[in-house]
Write a protein that binds this ligand. Structure first.
Ligand code: AMP
Length: 573
């Protein structure tokens, strides 16, 4: 493991992508293939390959306990060090220097065997014992890396895509072939082995491991979107959970953008999806959906993270899968075919299934007008697409999408290939103008990572008469210099402590942007902002001038108001 640790150190010491790739490629070439394959997995920040369904199931508390026990240091002591580093791996290294072994004896195979064992046992006590045994066999530097692999990130600026690039360079293979093989196999170590033997083209698709999603870039305006893409495919932008559905071997699984398996959250989609042909991967958005209309995103949150989604919740928050793309058909990856071809494949695939709604009529508010094969109760819906030639037509489509309860539009290039994990210009999103609120900072917390030791997490409030009510928390948007200056200001204006937060005089006014207002009992206001970020400091404003709870309510009503009922029938714009 010593060489692995050396390589990590060298990779972490440069910020240049190319150098990182070169160092890693050199390391791969110099190791036995089995060892290089194991390190490829660890370097992508995982104990097991992506395809492997096992998890260590070691939470933060267990890991803190293991480090605290091996370092012979209390939790409080650990906390002081953690504030300094903002990373438990670095804490472990610091505390173990002088305590841990000095010479390395641990091999990567042994690390993998230890991970196998930790995944196999159940219960925190058994896992803790194995974890401690592993850390005790490591040098301080190795312990740092082990902790980081367990927490899922090495923090040496290495994403899996760079590991793929390094494999390509090490074994003289085209980077695209490595990426493709990794996408098919879901095991970067196995792909390294194939590359080393010059057999990348033998890789065949295995289902049931999460892959990257094609992402969109924002369009400046309707004109901008149309100018950039000729004969664009236009779809509603649904506000739900992006998901890939894998279908095959009599099973169905759904993966989210965070690569989590969310199958259990949507049981009613499974029977429908399992009716589709084997070897299919679909791309779409799971939307809270009642009678053929999207419900607000916040409704969906009631579904997530539950072990069992009760029949009552299924009735209360029905969902539909709005399918807009296909990545695999009949066990063959189709991501390098243009969107126009993938759309034809998708129509063919869904056309064969009995319960998928056909696309609606252009310009119609409801998705389920005349000519659609199934009704609004459908759970699988082929996301309809539209055409627009002028900015006015696009604006009209935008208004219809909003009236259907969707966020805006997606404008896609029909010639584009599916690029997993890329945010390109082939897909553009046209959203509503950004909402902003002026708020006041009420409490602050210490940040993490590069902001460790600084008061960089701000809770903020709006006004309700003379009362201040929190509506959210943000930590991004300010410059380092502003955060440092603000930290000093907060220290001088602290007025108390509550649950790890430092309460401060409510005087600092900020302008925050956000994607949506949601109802929430997390804050006293009863509302929370979705994806808040700080736009700028507003030293020109006083706390009396900040926005009110009433304004928050209004934005909420505008964003979530029931606009569709009653208007929909017969409306054909
Ligand atoms: P954003 O999250 O604002 O960056 O927008 C990108 C997200 O829009 C994607 O990750 C999808 O979850 C979502 N989305 C909604 N509707 C579509 C659609 N028709 N095509 C592609 N992505 C969509």
């Amino acid at each position: 493991m010593q060489r692995f640790a050396d390589a990590c150190e060298r990779i972490g010491s440069t910020t240049r992508k190319n150098e990182k790739i070169a160092i890693l490629a050199g390391y791969f070439v110099g190791r036995r293939v089995e060892e290089a394959a194991l390190s490829a997995v660890f370097l992508s920040g995982r104990p097991f390959p992506m395809r492997d369904e096992r998890t260590l199931d070691v939470g933060a508390v267990l890991l803190w306990r293991a480090v605290s026990s091996v370092a012979g240091m209390s939790f409080e002591g650990l906390e002081v060090a953690y504030r300094r580093h903002g990373d438990l791996g670095n804490v472990a290294e610091e505390l173990l220097i002088g305590r841990a072994l000095v010479g390395s004896t641990l091999s990567l195979e042994e690390v993998r065997a230890a991970f196998d064992a930790i995944a196999a046992v159940t219960g925190p006590a058994a896992k803790l014992a194995l974890l401690e045994r592993l850390l005790r066999r490591a040098t301080a530097r190795e312990a740092k890396l082990l902790v980081k692999i367990i927490t899922g990130e090495l923090r040496i600026g290495l994403k899996e895509s760079l590991v793929e690039d390094a494999i390509a360079r090490a074994f003289n293979a085209p980077a695209a072939a490595v990426r493709r093989a990794n996408m098919l196999r879901g095991d970067v170590g196995e792909v390294l082995g194939l590359a080393a033997e010059g057999r990348l083209d033998e890789a065949r698709l295995v289902l049931f491991h999460p892959t990257g999603f094609q992402l969109a870039s924002p369009a400046e305006s309707a004109e901008d979107a149309l100018e950039r893409i000729a004969e664009a495919v236009i779809e509603d932008k649904y506000d739900g959970i992006r998901a890939h559905a894998h279908i095959g071997e009599g099973r169905v699984r759904l993966f989210s953008r965070t690569r989590d398996d969310v199958t259990r959250s949507f049981p009613e989609l499974l029977p429908e999806l399992s009716g589709l042909p084997e070897g299919t991967i679909l791309d779409g958005e799971i939307v809270a959906w009642r009678e053929g209309h999207a419900m607000p995103f916040s409704a969906l949150t009631r579904r997530l993270g539950r072990k069992v989604v009760s029949a009552a919740i299924q009735r209360e928050v029905p969902v539909a899968f709005l399918i807009f793309d296909v990545m695999a058909v009949d066990g063959q990856l189709v991501i390098d075919r243009p969107l126009s071809e993938r759309r034809a494949l998708l129509d063919d695939l869904l056309g064969r299934a009995q319960r998928v709604a056909a696309a609606p009529v252009m310009g119609q508010l409801s998705l389920f007008g005349e000519g659609t094969r199934v009704g609004p109760e459908a759970r699988l819906v082929r996301a309809p697409s539209y055409v627009a030639r002028t900015a006015e037509e696009l604006d009209a489509l935008f208004e219809l999408a909003r009236a259907r309860g969707n966020e805006g539009l997606m404008v896609k290039d029909p010639a584009s290939l599916y690029a997993p994990g890329r945010r390109g210009r082939a897909w553009l999103k046209v959203k509503r103008a950004l909402s902003t609120l002026d708020v006041v900072v009420t409490a602050v917390e210490l940040g993490h990572g590069k902001r460790a030791g600084l008061l960089s997490d701000y809770s903020f409030a709006v006004r309700d008469g003379d009362t201040l009510l929190d509506v959210g928390k943000a930590f991004s948007g300010l410059t380092d210099a502003e955060i440092i200056a603000n930290t000093k200001w907060f220290m001088a204006h602290a007025i108390g402590q509550r649950g790890g937060r430092m309460l401060v005089e409510p005087r600092m006014v900020l302008e925050v942007a956000f994607d949506a207002v949601m109802q929430s009992d997390r804050h006293a206001s009863g509302y929370a902002l979705r994806f808040p970020r700080i736009l700028r400091m507003r030293p020109d404003k006083t706390v009396e001038e900040i926005d009110t709870l009433e304004a928050v309510r209004e934005i909420y009503a505008k964003q979530h108001g029931v606009k569709v009922r009653g208007e929909e029938e017969g409306e054909a714009a």
